[in-house]
Design a protein around this ligand. Structure first.
Ligand SMILES: [Fe+2]
Length: 265
């Protein structure tokens, strides 16, 4: 295989020139944003990680204005150097990780309708913006995300490897918890955009485990109900520092799987 340049993703034909058309948002869109924003923001001062609370101030989101990606990009340029890349919705894994390896966070621009306030088949821009973008102001967090994407790109043709890396992404970026001053707080975006899971994830009901790369790699997840387990980090530096272990544990698991397959055949 010929190594692709790191920025191949920008000339990929699947990545159409897409922009957020701010003027196209309707009155209903503004209402939906406002309802979701106001309903969730009140839960977060006690529940969200400091990094998120500082981040949402930094990028200046409010209930009255749907997030404007141009403004977000200006703020991010001054903090971590990341930017938002508009995408049509769910995208192929190589594009997804390729963008993040190049410090571009893929986001959709459409908003759910009033009748879909609580259930969505795939993430809309309320999830992508409200829940993900504030965290993109935190340097060790984005460094982790970028390097994890780099590991994914190395294994992009191996379905099993991508499934295993997705478990790490899932139990950190989407559903991660952190301990801050002895208290559990949320940094996972899948929780931060859900009022129900915000309460549930911090309650006694689900299992809470210390962050453990190997355990996560062995833990399948589900997409359409609350998780039954969450993993707790102590700091974002811990995430970043775990990258070599992610890489070596992944390689060991893949080797074991290949050996098993060879025995069966
Ligand atoms: Fe997400």
């Amino acid at each position: 295989m010929i190594a692709k340049p790191n920025d191949w993703v920008f000339s990929d034909p699947r990545l159409k020139e897409m922009k957020q058309e701010y003027e196209a948002y309707t009155e209903e869109d503004f209402k939906v944003w406002k309802i979701l924003f106001e309903r969730q923001i009140v839960n977060l001062p006690d529940a969200a990680t400091k990094a998120y609370l500082e981040g949402i101030k930094e990028i200046n989101f409010s209930s009255d204005r749907i997030a404007d990606f141009e403004e977000v990009n200006q703020k991010l340029a001054n903090t971590t150097g990341w930017a938002i890349q508009v995408v049509p919705g769910l995208i192929d894994d190589d594009l997804f990780f390729g963008l993040m390896f190049n410090k571009r966070f893929p986001s959709s621009t459409w908003l759910r309708k009033m009748e879909q306030l609580d259930y969505l088949e795939e993430p809309d821009m309320f999830h992508d913006a409200f829940a993900h973008m504030p965290m993109l102001t935190n340097q060790p967090y984005v460094d982790f995300l970028q390097q994890l994407s780099g590991i994914a790109l190395k294994h992009i043709d191996n379905k099993m490897a991508i499934e295993l890396i997705s478990r790490i992404y899932w139990f950190t970026i989407e559903f991660g918890l952190i301990r801050e001053e002895g208290e559990l707080k949320i940094y996972g975006a899948g929780i931060l955009s859900s009022a129900g899971e915000t309460k549930f994830s911090l309650s006694e009901e689900p299992a809470h485990y210390q962050y453990d790369v190997r355990k996560i790699l062995n833990t399948p997840y589900w997409k359409n109900k609350f998780q039954d387990k969450y993993f707790i980090i102590e700091s974002y530096e811990q995430l970043f520092a775990s990258l070599p272990e992610i890489e070596s544990a992944l390689e060991e698991m893949l080797e074991e799987l290949t050996n098993k397959e060879q025995k069966i055949n």
